[in-house]
Design a protein around this ligand. Sequence first.
Ligand code: ADP
Ligand code: ZN
Ligand code: MG
Length: 489
Amino acid sequence: MASGVLGVATPEEIAKYEPVIGLEVHVQLNTRTKIFCGCPTGFGAPPNTNVCPVCLGLPGALPVLNGRALEMAIQAALAMQCAVNSFSRFARKNYFYPDLPKGYQISQYDQPLAEHGELEITVEGAKKVIGVTRVHLEDDAGKSIHDGFKDSDRYTYVDLNRSGTPLIEIVSEPDLRSSEEAYQYLSELKQVMQYVGVSECDMEKGQLRCDANVSVRLKGAEKFGTKAEVKNLNSFRFAKLALDYEIARQVAVLESGGRVEQETRSYNVSGETVGMRSKEHAHDYRYFPEPDLAPLRVGEAWLGHIREAMPELPREKRRKFETGYALTSYQVQVLTATQSVSAYFEKATEISGDPAGTANWVITELMGLPDGFEKVSPEGTGTLVRKINEREISGKMAKDIFAKMVETGRSPQEIIDSEGLRQISDTGALEKIVDEVIAGNPKQVEQYKSGKATVLGYLVGQVMKASKGQANPAAVNELLKVKLGFEKT
Ligand code: ADP
Ligand code: ZN
Ligand code: MG
């Protein structure tokens, strides 16, 4: 697909190969303060105002671990089914960059916080489990700003507000086999982080950053090919496009008899990846244990508490909605998209007792409204669906009542009471109207009796009209048939 556009390799050539992809994702934890000092983490403050000696990297300043950051990292790790190590430690990753005043990043290396996890993705209706190699904690660097300031053509500015923001790095196994799978993995990862409440993963605010490792191999080959790492992917869509491009590029290199270089590439605005540098290796960073921080010990008791307080995760919700509630896969997807939508739906269903009816109402009526979820309570929605099912109100009345619920915030019962909107189901009241309609439409009654069944619809409509929409259509149907001498007596 990409090749057609790019002219890098033909679809036939690409089809001979299988892509292998592993992602390294950085997620910013939404703590109030930074990971090793008390500075606020807020986004958008004037440059270099949320800083102190620790996050400025001044000599002699000592880091103190933010307990909440550790707790969130553990929550994230558990949400991805990782084993949390009872013992882990921080390591210095040494490199030079203007936005890194310490000269090193505090990260984790040989003994990470958590390992051996997984995320479940759905591609073309089929579920697939992607391994999560490790989850570790680290601090973020500052930001180099290349434009928007006086003399930006000659100077680069450095803002250290972001320096020391807590991050987790989530490294996947090379289990992904297409750009679409990579896209789904990122979506699932983001959804899981949002469910556990550790990050909004807003890419525009830099809360989620992704590097993609990609190689290709001939289909059927066992050995992985040489990988390139693509950086600078600032949306899920771009990540997918960059992968498609990079896959096609590697195929073209191999097809022309060349070799893929192990290197770091950057995705640029024209939709291509370009070589940045040959890949750095772990030994280039001179990792060593961080001497200013004690090793991390996560006790069983604390871990148990965190585990117990974990909310239900997207995959658990999906299972429940699919099997317990028998919803369609489309409904499941929509209703588990965010934690708050799924909680709303469950609450409403508890009251309605009808998952399918509630799903339908939430998706078609509520989601079509701006702020629908804020304006109508789950109790309101659940009650409305129940009243339809119990034939207390008709579908048409429900829509009117719903519009008033949105407008006034009142409950369905209040609206029904104050507007006298009850559906007429009791036979006595209906019978009177039905008799009048039969008496007033002799021609149609004759036609019906002589076998023109479709006329019944007309007669039902007349009754509905006479009752100002409050008659129960099903009851009217039945009653008319009885009166006209067909079926039950
Ligand atoms: P490195 O030591 O080069 O950093 P790692 O083994 O640590 O490589 O893996 C880094 C990331 O690259 C992981 O997400 C992993 O799944 C992925 N990866 C490893 N080998 C390959 C490969 N041959 N093709 C694609 N991705 C790979
Ligand atoms: Zn600070
Ligand atoms: Mg590595």
